[in-house]
Design a binder for this molecule. Structure first.
Ligand code: ASP
Ligand code: MG
Length: 436
């Protein structure tokens, strides 16, 4: 049994949906359970329709309707399968009248995306002669807490959803949505369909969970920066987590944790190149000839250098620094310390000036914007003698200046800071030196 999750771009047009049905049809012997996202762009459209209803008093579903109806017409399906859009009309009218939009109602509005896409895909499968049935995830057992907009499935879902494995036809389940104990619709947070897939995979003890996207797995570098970048056959969960921060945007590892915890491999594949093997994410590391898996970078980072105005780092100094970041709920990404100074990086500029002002009460502070983090990721990094030398020789020979270095405690991530303008150059030179 496998779980196959298809994201919005995979079901973004009639052609893509037909292709997805074909891909599913060619894997029936593996007993697929399908999880599907809303048609590409629909969740965003639903959110803005709800906001518009609340702020301008206008309930307008014409565009959303058209998007789905065009697909249905083109696929030759029955319009009645999306008749629930009528209740979306009512819901939006209600919002428009009240001029108010609660997180709870927002979740209900968003649920229509997956509720429609699942019915379309199931009908398309049926039309191709593949027995199928659409499920709203909550009817199959997806019960969550009531943290609307970011709900967490309750422990009993693993037992409840297990019944999906008994379906005589291919179940097509809505990603992203659930219901709380009171029966109110919830969502698992943006991009939550991956989470749905992982939970269902864990519930039915799938042999594999497949995340079908528009890229052939996780790449050794951003192909826009490094045309030579290749798909990585295997990564560990920890490596994938490091890469996710760098916008290897394929999926958020947090969302696949339920699967990985049970030892179920998660494979990322492309519906555009379905014959390719993609990338498998699994818990165990495997001995690999190349200790490095990928080079990633993140631009527009701000570096904050904090120098103790006393001779040495007094005790409590670090605590005071982090206290200031804490007060502003500001996550710190990289940290490196010396005897008298601390360097930290943050993702964006928000609150940085206020933070710097506060730090100046007890330290000298220098804020440096327009920096980038470059990161080499690989489970074998800790054992690879001489690798650091090769890394810095490679970037140095390109004339790139390094501002800060950190080898994470997990020892699977060697990160350093360069000027933003040098980031691509650094990534290219490292990829060439270490991965080509
Ligand atoms: N449709 C939802 C979103 O756009 C969930 C998903 O695609 O995973 O965030
Ligand atoms: Mg997604």
């Amino acid at each position: 049994m496998i779980v196959m999750k298809f994201g919005g771009s995979s079901v973004g047009s009639p052609e893509r949906i037909r292709e997805v049905a074909r891909i599913i049809g060619s894997r029936l012997e593996r007993k697929p359970i399908v999880v599907v996202s809303a048609v590409g762009g629909v969740t965003d459209m639903l959110i803005s329709a709800a906001q518009k209803a609340a702020s301008e008093g206008k309930a307008d579903t014409a565009e959303l309707r058209k998007k789905h109806e065009d697909i249905i017409t083109e696929l030759g399906l029955d319009r009645a399968i999306i008749s629930e859009l009528d209740s979306l009309d009512e819901l939006l009218s209600g919002i428009a009248q009240l001029g108010e939009l609660s997180p709870r109602i927002m979740d209900k509005v968003q649920s229509f995306g997956e509720r429609c896409s699942s019915k379309i895909l199931a009908a398309c499968l049926e039309k191709q002669g593949i027995g199928s049935r659409a499920f709203d995830a909550y009817d199959a057992g997806m019960i969550t807490d009531d943290n609307f907009g970011n709900a967490e499935p309750l422990p009993e879902v693993f037992e409840k959803l297990g019944a999906l494995s008994e379906s005589p036809v291919v179940p097509v389940v809505t990603g992203f949505i659930g219901k709380d104990r009171e029966g109110r619709i919830t969502t698992l947070g943006r991009g939550g369909s991956d989470y749905t897939a992982a939970i269902i995979g864990a519930a039915v003890d799938a042999e594999e969970i497949q995340i079908w996207t528009d890229v052939n797995g996780i790449m050794t570098a951003d192909p826009k920066v490094v045309p030579e970048a290749k798909s990585i056959p295997r990564v560990t969960f920890d490596e994938a987590s490091e890469l996710a921060y760098f916008g290897a945007k394929v999926l958020h590892p947090k969302t696949i944790r339920p699967a990985v915890r049970k030892g179920i491999p998660v494979r990322v594949l492309s519906t555009f190149e379905p014959e390719k093997k993609g990338t498998v994410i699994s818990i165990e590391s495997e001995k690999d000839s190349n200790p490095l898996k990928a080079i990633a970078s993140k631009k527009r980072i701000t570096l904050i250098n904090v120098v103790s105005t006393r001779m040495l780092l007094a005790h409590g100094f670090l605590a005071r620094i982090f206290q200031v970041f804490e007060e502003h709920h500001k996550p710190v990404d990289m940290v490196s310390t010396s005897e008298v100074s601390v360097s930290l990086t943050v993702d964006n500029d928000e609150h940085v000036d206020e933070i710097a002002e506060k730090l100046k009460h007890f330290a000298k502070v220098k804020v440096m914007r327009e920096k980038a983090i470059i990161c080499a990721v690989g489970q074998g990094l800790s054992e690879a003698v001489g690798l650091c030398g090769r890394v810095f020789t490679a970037v140095g020979s390109e004339g790139v200046n390094v501002h800060m270095i950190s080898l994470g405690a997990s020892e699977i991530n060697l990160s350093f800071i360069v000027d933003d303008k040098d980031a691509d150059k650094a990534v290219k030179s490292l990829h060439k030196e270490l991965l080509e």
